[in-house]
Design a protein around this ligand. Structure first.
Ligand SMILES: Nc1ncnc2c1ncn2[C@@H]1O[C@H](COP(=O)(O)OP(=O)(O)OP(=O)(O)O)[C@@H](O)[C@H]1O
Ligand SMILES: [Mg+2]
Length: 277
């Protein structure tokens, strides 16, 4: 039971304290400790993902900041020669560029800030779209093409928004690592073949995964990326999160051709945009 990731405490086997009671208590304490470690592991990998995203944010901020600088300098040097209309237009440019910078930062801050784990009904389509936005700066830097096929009007799911975002972010960041400049990443959301489940697929036409490492990719600390580039925790943490949510994560891949990760999650049976009459 524990080996499969079910950390619910073992109920006492007999009414009175017997020779197994000490073992039961010790195992329950171990289970509690394992749960705490799992939470800590999810948190530490989230911090790592934030680190990766920060690089993309910094890169994307360069453009609007340059524009603000250029416009401000022009105003400083030429303000006497400029008409009031021209000056107003330049001030508006500065405001727009500052607003663009704020939007670039806001997504990352939202993801970084919300720490506490809360479970509730979620619209998976919105969640997947928000995650793509979160990775958008990274995607721009690498020049990768993204194709999405997100079905709306699907039933909601129950879960922790931040944790599930982390799962899809890990899959997208892995796909970005695997594709070159010519790469394409396809992200889709639809009803799964299994009734009562929704399926999110993240597919890339990058390096693919050789058969001999396929059985290891979900193992903690398994990575083929160089030191400082990967911790090998992304997929194991994602696997843990999906498991907690009663779902499954699976992989199909062919070396040199593609990798397709499929996450299925149980749905609540009300369409996300269902309005009561
Ligand atoms: N889309 C993919 N294409 C090719 N190989 C992949 C893909 N996703 C995962 N892998 C392989 O699985 C390994 C484990 O992935 P995982 O996300 O757990 O760790 P990582 O990406 O190496 O490190 P981290 O997630 O901490 O940055 C990767 O090192 C890579 O070899
Ligand atoms: Mg990874």
């Amino acid at each position: 039971k524990i080996a499969k990731g079910d950390f619910s405490p073992i109920p006492p086997m007999c009414k009175y304290r017997g020779e197994f009671t000490t073992v039961e208590l010790a195992i329950n304490q171990m289970i509690q400790e394992l749960q705490l470690r799992e939470v800590a592991m999810i948190e530490s990998h989230k911090l790592r993902a934030i680190g990766t995203l920060t690089a993309g944010v910094a890169h994307e901020l360069n453009n609007p900041l340059n524009n603000i600088m250029l416009t401000a300098h022009a105003m400083l040097e030429d303000h006497k020669a400029l008409s009031e209309d021209e000056l107003l237009e330049m001030i508006n440019d500065v405001i727009n560029e500052a607003d663009r910078s704020r939007k670039i930062i806001r997504n990352l801050l939202d993801f970084a800030r919300e720490g506490e784990s809360v479970s509730g009904p979620l619209d998976l389509a919105a969640l997947v779209n928000e995650t793509i936005k979160l990775a958008q700066n990274q995607i721009k830097v690498t020049g990768t093409k993204i194709e999405t096929q997100i079905q709306t009007h699907l039933p909601q799911i129950r879960g922790d928004k931040q944790q599930l975002k982390q799962v899809f972010l890990n899959l997208i960041l892995n796909a970005l690592d695997a594709v070159g400049k010519q790469g394409t990443i396809k992200i889709s959301l639809e009803q799964a073949d299994n009734p009562g489940f929704l399926a999110v697929k993240v597919e890339d036409n990058g390096s693919g995964i050789p058969d001999y490492i396929l059985p290891n990719i979900f193992d903690p600390f398994f990575t083929t990326k160089g030191p400082g580039k990967g911790t090998g925790l992304g997929l194991s943490v994602s696997h843990g999160i999906v498991n907690i949510h009663g779902g499954q994560i699976s992989i199909e891949s062919e070396e040199g051709k593609y990798s397709r990760f499929t996450v299925i999650l149980p749905s609540l049976n009300v369409p996300a945009d269902f309005k009561k009459p």
